[in-house]
Each structure stands twice: as structure tokens, then as C-alpha cells.
Design a protein around this ligand. Sequence first.
Ligand code: M6R
Length: 612
Amino acid sequence: MCGIVGYIGHREAWPIVLKGLKRLEYRGYDSAGISLINDHGLNIYKKVGKVQELENFSAGKNLSGTIGMGHTRWATHGIPSDRNSHPHTSNDGRLTIIHNGIIENYAVLKEELASRGHVFNSDTDTEVLIHLIEEIYKKENVDLLEAVRLALHQVSGAYAIVVMDEEQPNELIVARKGSPLVIGVGTGEYFIASDATPIIEYTKNVIYLNDNEIALVKRDELVIKRLDNVVQTPYIQELELKLEMLEKGGYEHFMLKEIFEQTRSIRDCLRGRIYANEGRVQLGGIKEYADKLKNIDRIIIVACGTSWHAGLVGEYLIEEYARIPVEVEYASEFRYRNPIITEKDIVIAISQSGETADTMAAIQMAKERGATIFGVCNVVGASIPRLTHAGVYTHAGPEIGVASTKAFTAQVTVLTLMAFYMAQQKGTLTQAKLVELLTELDHIPEKIEKALESNALIEKIAHKFKDSRNCLFLGRGSGFPVALEGALKLKEISYIHAEGYPAAEMKHGPIALIDEEMPVVVIATKNSSYEKVISNIQEVKARKGIVLAIVTEGDTEVRSMVDYCIEIPDASEAFLPLLATIPLQLLAYHIALLRGCNVDQPRNLAKSVTVE
Ligand code: M6R
């Protein structure tokens, strides 16, 4: 979490850094701060709250300077407050630092530094690092690059940092380990950021710093070294990102824009990957593993949050169509168990951001034990795609709303493609069946568009549910992960307590919660468990629960027994998760809006969870 931005060049740094922080605010919004060097020396402005608070607070102040850096915080060490906001300074106030990550051994270092006279002004781990750099800088009589390099040898944990020295207004030092850092290359200027979104406006040429690399960034010079002091040749890549992808495009919120983008994002995800007439799936990213897939005994899927729900859908699809056993694991649990992993296993790591710390750690562990790792990621060039052996990008485009929507359906689309691809390799589906399924998949974007037409109806239903304190989501088969995802969407943006449950499990406990005030959302589409779900609906109704059912268009049976109905287009069971998720996203959105919640930046959350 936390977003960092830096600039050195010929333009005014403040507007570039401020705008960059607004773009990165999805990474954390507990506080924001910027430091600049100008003729008056070092100027630091920081404020608890959103970037807008910082902007208001700094209005009319001295904001000039062509070198600067800023930070938007998701609090870990120390409460959100002005004093815990970044940038932090050295003991003498000459050096400043911004940091995304966690310095794990900060307590020991802090004690040692304090015993040598350092006085700290915050509760953060980051402040300890800048004091350590200062001490080495002074004692060792080295330049700032070397001081930072030596200091980083003494810390454990994760970091993407930028360091500035008031007395060296022509350089920034940056480094990364475990947290992302991109350098934008301009003419006589460089941009630094946690991801490319603050950079795209100025240049398309970027360098993704690797773990354990440190760089000296001057207006006309860039030197990248590994932490072991070996100089690296920068690898400049061209961004494919477009500026309009980062804007709301007329929608009130990014979340709503991203929900409505799903027709396009799923189409982009399918593009060039299916040849429906031939009954063939082509996944260039994993093609060199085609033979391995033929003989594979097991797949393990690791992910967190919404991505984990996509993994559960993947389990249904891969087991159903490719007949390969699948285990789906929370990355955070998997990494701390002693799981049995062999060289024959394929681990699929799913992550929108490609930066989730727990997922990365799970990958590292599985890799060390010899497994082959596939990534399913959205952010191109992020850490996870670089850690994996192979992978398939979801191509959903930047997802800015903290609640994941289009990334989920794109992940499910990729997993659907993977299931069919594996079936193709293993021969578990006939050519005719593949032709049939792929032809239908090709038309799913149109069905998504149709499902989105229920928006106005869902808004009306949201009025009925907006004051609920609890909500149960039920589904069976692949409808169960959809129920989990619906519950997560509702709780994370509306703060209504919501639980997803396998519909049949309700009678083993949650049924005790049901009364005339309890809304129960049921995925009751026409699939193999339709009749069973109807029985579960009866059980809820018998206890006076309020039922909202997601049904297949034209359904009259469920409609006759529930309080509210939302229709989705008919589709084969394989594609129901893609369609049934859409109304649940819209339901969460409208309820949150009616409750006055910040849908794009829900409290306590951040888009990319780079801490354990
Ligand atoms: O970037 P990732 O997909 O790895 O993120 C995983 C979760 O942090 C993420 O899905 C989170 O649960 C979202 N807030 C859900 O909307």
C-alpha cells in the first residue's frame, strides 16, 4: 500500500507530484505529504486525510521547485496523523524520505539510533530508515547513493523509497525491494511512481526497477545499480496505457465506470485467444507448458480477496472441463503452512494488482519447492508477472475503484479460457463441445451488456435494502463463489455486514439469523442446482426472510416465491458466474451510494495490499 511519486527536471514539481498522488490515492488515503527543494531550501507539507486536504492546506504557500516527491499513506506503523505522514526527515532535517513498504527490523534499529542520540518525531518505521541513512552518510563520508545503499543492507522488509538531500538539489535516490517502483524517462527529466499512472501524461518510456536495485536520478543522468554495487543497464519499455483509461469518463465513480466497462474488458480479454469455429483456444503466455498440462496431476490456485473468489470459479471450471484436481488456497494461509508441493504441480497465482504481498510470498515458496507458476494478473509489468514462469494477462485495463469489479470478471474469463485450453491439451472435451462452448463464450460480452440493463431496477431495489444491518448471499456450485463475491462487494463499500454461504450450508447455522429483517440474496439461475436452490429459498421464506433472487430471464417459478427478482440472460453453466456477478456489483454500488459511503475509496482499504 501507499503511493509514492517523485519528479526531477525542468518543470514545476508540485503540480506533477500532486496530480500523481491523486492518481495513486487508491493505494491508501490516510494522509498525504510532499517535499520540494527550492531557493528557500527544503519545504515539507503534510496533512492527515486525502490528497485534497493537503492541497487545501498548502494553498498560497511556497510551492516552487523543480525537484520534489510525495506520498499517500495507508497506515501501518502509527495512526493516521500529521506527524506520522510522509515525507519523514533525518535528525538534522536535511534528508527526507518517502516509503512504501515495511521496515521489519525498525524497532531494533530505532533503539540503537536513539541510544546514539537520534530523536524521533513519528511512530513510523520509515523515519528510522532515514535516520540510519543520515548516520551512515555522515560517518562514512560517502555520497548519498552509497549511504542509502549501505543502509539498505541493514534493513529487512519491503520498500520502494525516494530520498532527497536539501544540499543536493540535483538528485534523487530511489530503491526497491518487494514494493513497486517505476521510473519515467523524459527529456532532461525523470518521473518516479509506484505505478505508471502518474507518469503516462508526460512520457510513455518507463523503466521498472527490479528488486534489490537502487538508482541515482539526476535531470540528465540515470545510474542503476544492484544493492551489491554492480551497475545495471536500464531496460526502457513503452507503456500501452492510455490517459483516458485513468479518468471517470462521465461516470460519477470509477466503480460504476468499471462495472459498465465489462462488456469491453471481457472482449479485450478474449481477443486473439479463441478460434470458435475451430474449437481452439490459444494462450501464448503458457503455450510452452502445453505438454506439461497433458500429464499434470494437480493445480493449486493461490490468491487473496476477490481474486481468491475468481480462483474458486476456476476450480469448478478446470475440474469440470479439464478433469484436473484443483485446490484453491488463501495465499496468506498457504505461505505459512507447510504445504506439500512437488515439481509436478502447477500453481496459478491470481492478482489484479500483481503486487499483493501474501500472493507474492506464496509464489516464492512454491517456486522454491519446484512448482511451475502461472500468473493471472491485470497490471502489466507488475511484480507477480515478473516472478512467475508464465502467465496470461487479463487485459481489463486500469482498475481504480478499490472494490474489484471488472478485474474479477476478467480473471474468471482467463480461468475459463485456461480450463478450455487444458481440456484441449488433455482431450477431455470433444472438438464439437469446444466449438459450442467457445462460440457461446465469444458472445458473452453481449450478454454482459444485457445484464447491465437492469441497473435502474437494481437502484430501486437498493432503496429497500439500504438500511439493512446484515445480508446473506447464497449460491450453489459455481454460484457459491459468486455469492462470496457479492457479499464482499457489499461489505467493503457499504459497511453492511454480509456473508456468502453455500446455499445448502445455510441449514447448518446461518438459518438462525433469518427473520423478517434479514435480506437474503440467492443466485437462483437455471443450472444443475436450480431445484435444490428453490428448496433453499423456501426454507428462507418459511422463516420470513426477504429474498432477492438472481434468476435466468423468463423464470416464473422463482419469481412467484421471492420478494425481488433480477434477471440475467440465459447461458450455459460455465458462464453463469460472469453474468450473475454483474447485478451483485450494481447492488453493492447503489446501496453504498444511498448510505453516503465513498464507493471508490472505502474506509481502511487500499487497492494494492503490499503488506502481509
Ligand atoms: O490485487 P489483488 O487481486 O492481488 O488483490 C487482492 C485483494 O486485496 C482484492 O481483491 C480485495 O479483496 C478487493 N478490495 C476486493 O474488492
